[in-house]
Structure formats: C-alpha cells, structure tokens
Design a binder for this molecule. Structure first.
Ligand code: DX5
Ligand code: ZN
Length: 223
C-alpha cells in the first residue's frame, strides 16, 4: 500500500502560496488545500478562485479538502477546475453518492471525509463510490491542533472495512513524525501534515522524514 504525503498549505505563507507549493515539489505526492466556509467549520480560508490560480502555477496534484456546507453545490466545480482529488464531508452532504459520481465524472478522485466523532460503519456500503476515505484526527477548522488518539481504533476498523478495495485511507490533523507512525500502523496510507511540514526550516526535508517514518511503521506492521 503506497505511502503518500499531502502537505497542507493551511500552515504555509498565504502571501507566497505558489512559492510555498514549489518548495515541496518533487517531495510531496499532493498539495492539500483546505477550503473552509466559516459555516461547516469556524474558520474561513480560500475558495475556488484561489484553487484555480494555484492549479495554473503548480505541478503537484491538488487534493482539495472541502470543509463547507452544501458541498453538493460547490464540490463539482473544484473537480471541473482540475483538482486531482476532491473530498467533501458526509456530515454536510445531502446526496453523497450522486456527488461522488459527479466529482468522478469531472475526472477527479472522490473523497469522503468524516469528523472525529462520526462513526465509519454506516458508510461501509458507500466506500465503493469513493477513491479515498478521510478520517479527521482533529476537529476540522484549524491547523496545529493536537492529534486525537481516540480516533485510532476507527482508522483500524476503516482499514478492515476497506479490505481489498482500492480506496485510499487518509488521515488529517496533528500528523507529525510520531503520530504518523501510529496512523500508518493502524492502516492509513495518505497523510496530511500542515504544521509538521511548514512550521519548520525545511519543508521538503520534513516531507521526506514523514514518508520515512510512515514507511518504517507500515513495514513493521506488515501491511
Ligand atoms: C484542519 C485541516 C488540516 C490542517 C492540518 O481542519 O483540515 O488539513 O491543515 O494541520 P496540522 O497538520 O497542523 O494539524
Ligand atoms: Zn485538511
């Protein structure tokens, strides 16, 4: 199961976004872009115009994480704009199956996001409609929060539910050199990291170090 690292630009310098994306190019598998609307979460970040501008200036595939209300209306636009992956939250969606199909029809991978307190089991049958399941390991809304250990058993159960299906398992929130090992051991394979990448001196080296930690933990767990 391939390890993938998706640095979250939420912790990057917003005045120099293109440059901040460039410094992890060739190291990161994705660029994780957190779209927040100040309704689904108590924070406001950026929207489609900024994503469109980024898509023109970066070569790394863009992984959009939509923390917004009414994703049924807005999510397909991100896929249409050229995002490689578009994740919306099941707590906010009205018709998640239709929406996943719309996203895929526009050529993007479809991701299903769940908040820390949302159980995964009710969505087991939906997983076939998705390319990725995102399990939040903090309450969505802000970077730099502490990893919620209480979510780890859910990661393990999600990996079992996915079984042999080709659905990536992403974790987001409080992922650093230590907690990435816990998540990889539990079965996650796509790792979002914001502050652990962008708060340090060398974001590219931080991405490489995170990948090495995840690979070590995955090998030890023989996943
Ligand atoms: C939080 C966002 C995350 C955030 C992660 O709601 O979805 O992507 O940027 O930041 P860290 O890695 O600092 O927890
Ligand atoms: Zn995110």
């Amino acid at each position: 199961m391939g390890i993938q690292i998706s640095p979250s630009i939420l912790s990057a310098d917003f005045a120099n976004l293109a440059q901040q994306c460039q410094i992890v190019a060739g190291h990161a598998d994705w660029l994780h872009v957190d779209v927040m609307d100040n309704h689904f979460v108590p924070n406001l970040t950026l929207g489609l115009p900024v994503v469109e501008a980024l898509l023109k200036s970066v070569s790394t595939p863009v992984d959009c994480h939509l923390m917004i209300e009414d994703p049924d209306r807005w999510a397909p636009g991100y896929a249409e704009a050229g995002a490689g992956s578009v994740t919306f939250h099941v707590e906010a969606a009205t018709a998640p199956i239709k929406l996943a199909r719309d996203i895929r029809a526009h050529g993007a991978r479809a991701g299903l996001g769940i908040r820390p307190a949302t159980p995964v089991e009710p969505y087991a049958d939906l997983l076939a409609e998705f390319d990725m399941l995102l399990i939040m390991t903090v309450e969505p809304g802000f970077g730099g929060q502490k990893f919620l250990d209480v979510v780890v058993p859910k990661i393990r159960r999600a990996r079992q539910l996915i079984g042999d299906a080709d659905v990536w398992l992403q974790v987001d929130g409080g992922v650093d050199a230590q907690t990435i090992e816990i998540c990889a051991e539990a079965g996650a394979n796509v790792f979002v990291a914001g502050s652990a990448v962008y708060d340090g001196e060398d974001p590219a080296a931080a991405v490489d170090a995170l990948r090495a930690s995840a690979q070590r933990a995955q090998s030890a767990a023989r996943l």
